[in-house]
Design a protein around this ligand. Structure first.
Ligand SMILES: Cc1ncc(COP(=O)(O)O)c(C=O)c1O
Length: 341
């Protein structure tokens, strides 16, 4: 009975787990994504895409946009709709009551990272990136003559659960700040290791950043995928954290729409809003109208589909976890707390 109800719910949301289970690597290669075509015969594990198709509500919104020729340059009302929809998602999912006025659109999160490096870090300076890291966090700074200080994460054991976990090396981070580095990349939840920061960790980072006058690029693109604990948006923990951070997010990971090019930047530092108006607004113009339409629909109507996708990933994580603890117990493995990576 329960199984039938779950199935009915899935059909209602349009998330078809059975169809996904039947999908083969050859089917995915035929769709033609970069992930499945760049290295023929290999699993495209180097790109974070879920391969679960599109939520029907997004598909309908895109179809309707095409039917009505809504493919011109992005107009102000669509930017506003994205900002309001993003604010609505932040409030309903993480309790963050954010003013849509501080939310700007950009084509993608990496564009926001480039603006951060160009405008807030500046050529000749350095940024701390904890490793392992999403590759572009390490390669893009060089394009802006910004040095990268890599700080390896540590592995420890949670005292209450006895589970292995990834930890920031706060002593090494503090040494880098004390030596004059004023920028930090926070990826939370973390690609590729699936770490989800606790409030205590966010507070420790905030204290250090405050002491050494550090700006934080805060990438929360994987925020909807948390399996243990909860996602705490960094700017919500204190006024200092809000001032330190430039936050970037997007519906692209949770809804498989990265190619539609519409991410969001949340400017919680008032001075950044002036900088943005003077020096970064051009990036808004490069954002795609079709992406704004897809994103708005995702945030406003896509949650039932997303919840089914989340359950499916959770189930897969359970299967994977079991294999890693039994057949592959000799392989170093720390269970991810978030992301589908
Ligand atoms: C942590 C993280 N940030 C950013 C991106 C890229 O996002 P976008 O396509 O919006 O630049 C990815 C994609 O894998 C990612 O995993």
């Amino acid at each position: 009975m329960l199984e039938r109800m779950e199935k009915q719910n899935r059909i209602f949301s349009g998330f078809d787990a059975d169809a996904i289970d039947r999908t083969t690597a050859a089917d995915l290669a035929e769709v033609g994504s970069d992930k499945w075509t760049r290295y023929p015969g290999c699993i495209g594990a180097f790109i974070a895409e879920m391969d679960y198709g599109l939520a029907p509500c997004i598909q309908q919104a895109i179809d309707s946009a095409c039917d009505h020729c809504k493919l011109g340059y992005i107009p102000e009302p669509w930017k506003r709709r994205v900002a309001e929809a993003c604010a609505g998602w932040q409030k309903s999912h993480y309790g963050w009551d954010v003013d849509p006025d501080i939310i700007r659109v950009v084509p993608d999160v990496l564009e926001a990272y480039e603006i951060f490096l160009r405008e807030l870090v500046g050529a000749g300076n350095a940024v701390v990136v904890p490793t392992p890291a999403y590759m572009p966090f390490l390669s893009v700074p060089k394009l802006h003559d910004v040095d990268v200080i890599e700080i390896e994460m540590l592995q420890g054991t949670d005292e209450t659960t006895g589970e292995r976990e990834w930890l920031f090396d706060f002593d090494a981070i503090e040494r880098a700040f004390a030596a004059g580095c004023h920028a930090f990349v926070l990826c939370n939840p973390h690609n590729p290791i699936g770490k989800v920061l606790t409030l205590a960790e966010e507070q420790r980072l905030c204290e250090l950043a405050e002491r050494y006058d550090v700006r934080i690029f805060n990438d929360e693109i994987h925020a909807p995928f948390v399996f243990e604990g909860r996602h705490i948006p960094y700017p919500t923990i204190s006024e200092a954290a809000a001032r330190q951070s430039m936050t970037a997010t997007s519906a692209s990971k949770s809804f498989n729409i990265p190619g539609t090019k519409c991410a969001q930047v949340l400017l919680t530092n008032p001075a950044d809003r002036e900088m943005w108006a003077e020096r970064a607004e051009w990036s808004e113009h490069q954002t795609a109208t079709i992406g704004a339409i897809a994103t708005t629909t995702a945030y406003n109507e896509g949650d039932p589909w997303f919840q089914d996708a989340l359950s499916y990933v959770r189930r897969n994580l359970g299967l994977f976890d079991k294999q890693m603890r039994t057949r592959f117990s000799g392989v170093g493995y720390i269970r991810p707390r978030g992301t589908y990576i």
